[in-house]
Design a protein around this ligand. Structure first.
Ligand SMILES: Nc1ncnc2c1ncn2[C@@H]1O[C@H](COP(=O)(O)OP(=O)(O)OP(=O)(O)O)[C@@H](O)[C@H]1O
Ligand SMILES: [Mg+2]
Length: 181
């Protein structure tokens, strides 16, 4: 992969006080969803999507583009199969991962939901005081949506991704369709 001079997305956001123009946040969401759709189409589950594993590439005109990095925890999974190995970064882990249940591609959609929430609002969906509180928050998918800061389409999309029940959680293609509507 080429050198991404914007650094990782966490530092990029931190350097900009976690504020991002709406059109850029929208573009970033689209790029991430397209990237993960491509990975899933190849049967690849990333399993560690988080701000620190997304790189910001800046071209000569100063335009930014995201690149998904760090495939250290990724794995190839046959369609329809599930896996039981516990991996990932706790803050970005989906309810089924926390419950130690067999899981599949939807774990990436959950993690993307966390990233998109932060991109859209500049805030974290869960603000726990400790690991137990985080676990309870994630298992209940209980997060406050600052609706005044976010468009209705983006709000709908984040809720589709941060859905606790796997069967009800959107697939990455469905998220992209909503975004491109
Ligand atoms: N293409 C790239 N351009 C610029 N920086 C990169 C690139 N790829 C990785 N990095 C930097 O290297 C760091 C670590 O990369 P990566 O996430 O792949 O490995 P890691 O095993 O998670 O390492 P760490 O535990 O240090 O995060 C990233 O956070 C990023 O700052
Ligand atoms: Mg990493």
């Amino acid at each position: 992969m080429e050198l991404c001079s914007g650094g990782d997305l966490y530092n990029y956001l931190a350097d900009n006080s976690f504020k991002m123009p709406k059109d850029q946040a929208h573009r970033f969401m689209k790029q991430l969803l397209k990237g993960v759709k491509y990975l899933h189409s190849l049967g690849i589950m990333h399993r560690d999507l988080k701000l620190e594993n997304v790189m910001v590439q800046v071209n000569e005109e100063g335009k930014t583009c995201l690149k998904i990095a760090d495939f250290g925890l990724s794995t190839i999974l046959e369609c329809g199969k599930r896996i039981n190995e516990q991996v990932g970064t706790p803050y970005y882990n989906s309810p089924e991962l926390l419950r130690n249940e067999p899981y599949t591609f939807e774990v990436d959609v959950w993690s993307l939901g966390i990233i998109c929430f932060i991109l859209q609002t500049g805030m974290m969906p869960f603000n726990p005081n400790d690991d137990d509180e985080l676990r309870r928050g994630v298992l209940e998918a209980k997060f406050g949506m600052p609706t005044e800061m976010i468009g209705s389409k983006e709000e709908k999309l984040i809720k589709m991704m941060l859905t606790k029940k796997v069967a009800d959680r959107a697939k990455v293609e469905e998220c992209l369709e909503v975004l491109l509507e």
